[in-house]
Design a protein. Structure first.
Length: 394
């Protein structure tokens, strides 16, 4: 294998919609036993969940980034690199990489390195996070959040797209004739999703670059999700990347399943009622009515997930949150069996059946390299971009 022309061992097959799971890596007390896992147990559980995701035929495993208790995934690329070594097909992603408080140089190099180690089975989701104190921990001001996201990403794109970068901005020291190493695998940077729940500026940023937009709609009603995705789609078309329908959209969701809906509700209720993120608020019934949370049978999860298409149109990625709120590992692995055996095969068939012609498939490194080579654009420079994105002045 040569550095300039590697051959990924087993790239993910093209698929209209990628299905997978994401984890926030919370260490939460199991309300039925009163016990919380250790950090060691939780980290190992996340790895076991990723391996199970590949075993049951899912496409994606994504981890968040957090730097405060009760969360453990402070170094996503470390975890994903370890998982890459133990998997062959699974696409590895973040569900948040903090573009505001991480140095763009470090992001560029970490994810390019991960690309090489994982034979291209890597993309990245950038976000601002939802933990305000993280900003001063890394020497930043939360009031600069949007401006940091815009400037840092403009620099990140240049570091991936240009071999030598000279740059000056507001929030970090200048760069003079700097080359980030290693260079992106095969001259094609990781595909970027911009994740946001509530910020139209981030939807605008995703649209400007022609990147993907991921709306993690786990806490929000469908109408809010619709408006955010419609904004992104309209601006994607405005910037000339394709029609609004061709924009690349991903959604989050959360499910809990048992063969009967009554068993699912009975088992999940104590976890919901005590969860740090939504416990002691609206009831389980209110929450499932107002948000994408689905607690019930596999058939109910299928029907609810198919309904998301009515809200956002045809989309490319669906990730589920399944290992939160103190659920024991054994239960999560059982959920993944149900997802892989009973839910995702039906969703694949139904989404494919209902998909109009001309809607892009979910992005993979192999497909993007093939497209770049067909256009003669794999040198990684601005004049040889592989994705049609525009340059944003720093």
């Amino acid at each position: 294998m040569t550095a300039g022309n590697p051959a990924p061992a087993s790239p993910p097959a093209p698929t209209p919609v990628q299905f997978g799971i994401f984890s926030v890596g919370d260490v939460t007390v199991d309300p039925t036993t009163g016990r919380a896992p250790s950090e060691y147990e939780r980290i190992k559980a996340m790895v076991a969940i990723a391996l199970k995701a590949e075993e049951v035929g899912l496409d994606v495993f994504a981890t968040g980034e957090h730097h405060n208790p009760p969360f453990v995934p402070s170094s996503p690329t470390t975890m994903l690199g370890y998982i890459a070594a133990r998997t062959e097909r699974l696409l590895l992603s973040t569900s948040t990489t903090l573009i505001t408080t991480n140095d763009p140089v470090k992001i560029a190099e970490d994810f390019a390195m991960l690309q090489h180690l994982a034979d291209g089975r890597v993309d990245v989701m950038l976000g601002r996070g939802n933990t305000g104190p993280v900003y001063p921990w890394f020497g930043k001001d939360i009031r600069d959040g949007i401006d940091l996201a815009v400037e840092n990403y403009a620099l990140l794109r240049r570091l991936w797209d240009e071999d030598v970068v000279t740059w000056k901005g507001k929030f970090r020291t200048p760069l003079q004739s700097f080359t980030a190493t290693p260079r992106p695998l095969e001259g094609v940077a990781p595909f970027v999703w911009h994740g946001s729940i509530r910020s139209p500026e981030i939807a605008e940023q995703a649209a400007y670059y022609g990147d993907g937009f991921f709306h993690n709609n786990i806490f929000w009603p469908a109408e809010h999700t619709r408006k955010m995705v419609e904004l992104y789609r309209s601006r994607y078309a405005h910037y000339g990347h394709g029609s609004a329908e061709q924009a690349i959209v991903g959604l989050g969701g959360q499910v809990f399943m048992r063969e009967s809906s009554q068993d699912a509700v009975r088992e999940f209720r104590p976890y919901f009622d005590n969860a740090p993120v939504y416990g002691h608020g609206p009831s389980l019934e209110e929450f499932t009515e107002q948000t994408p949370l689905t607690v019930g049978s596999p058939r109910q999860v299928i029907e609810r997930t198919l309904s998301f298409r009515e809200t956002v149109g045809d989309y490319q990625r669906q990730l589920f949150l399944m290992d939160h709120a103190g659920l024991p590992l054994k239960t999560v692995l059982e959920q993944l069996d149900l997802l892989g055996e009973q839910v995702v095969p039906v969703l694949r068939e139904e989404f494919a059946k209902r998909r109009p012609a001309g809607i892009p498939e979910a992005p993979t490194h192999a497909a993007r390299v093939t497209a770049a080579r067909a256009e003669g654009r794999t040198d990684g420079h601005e004049e040889g971009r592989t994705d049609g994105r525009k340059e944003v002045p720093a």
